[in-house]
Design a protein around this ligand. Sequence first.
Ligand code: IPE
Ligand code: IPE
Ligand code: MG
Length: 235
Amino acid sequence: MDRKIPRHIAIIMDGNGRWAKAQGLPRTAGHKKGADMIRTIAVECSRLSVEVLTLYAFSTENWKRPQDEVSYLCGLPKLFFNRYIRELNERNIRVCFIGELERFPQETRAVIEDAVRITAGNTGLVLNIAINYGSHREIVLAARAYAQDVAEGKISNDIDEEGFAHYLMTSGYPPVDLMIRTSGELRISNFLLWQIAYAELIFTPVAWPDFDEAQLNACIDEFSGRDRRYGGVKG
Ligand code: IPE
Ligand code: IPE
Ligand code: MG
């Protein structure tokens, strides 16, 4: 049987800190290696013709971390895109973001906006990076925007599921087919709650900095073998 490739893969990139600790390195070293793995996994998804890869890079809760770690994470987009934007662009990858970007320092926002602008015309993989993203926040903002449109008479108040999904930050992308969480935790941590309604879930013990092409392909093999019934009867 042909291997089924998910249209939309979402990954909770967890375990950078524990990976670094295990090597006797500071947590930031784990984040640096983790950022390099974003390039590896994006290139592989592009090769496999995945349509959208949504990566959880920084949650609305991650501001609670020590200030020096938060500062390092805010500086990572610059390191990452300085190194890889050219290659991503050459590979026809379109870089997008979800989350409330306003909270990041101006320098970080400028780097992000450049990456989006440079790759805006690309038609291959959408590399969608979630930063200062939280699914509860996303749903609240969507509900507010919908209420506003109803109040202004722009839309009727009998919206359906598909209509509501247009108010989410992932508007225009297919629903998540496969969600992977690395590093062993068995939770969703406020990521894409609406969008994973019928996603297949895979939790792997492998830490994100060790999650390479072979690991991704093993997850896709497992996905491909699953029977997705969507509430129906086995066909
Ligand atoms: C994931 O790795 C990266 C971010 C959340 C920014 P962690 O930093 O959460 O690593 P662990 O879970 O502490 O090992
Ligand atoms: C989830 O990982 C957020 C990201 C991967 C960006 P966390 O490490 O923040 O999640 P918890 O705290 O273990 O739930
Ligand atoms: Mg973690």
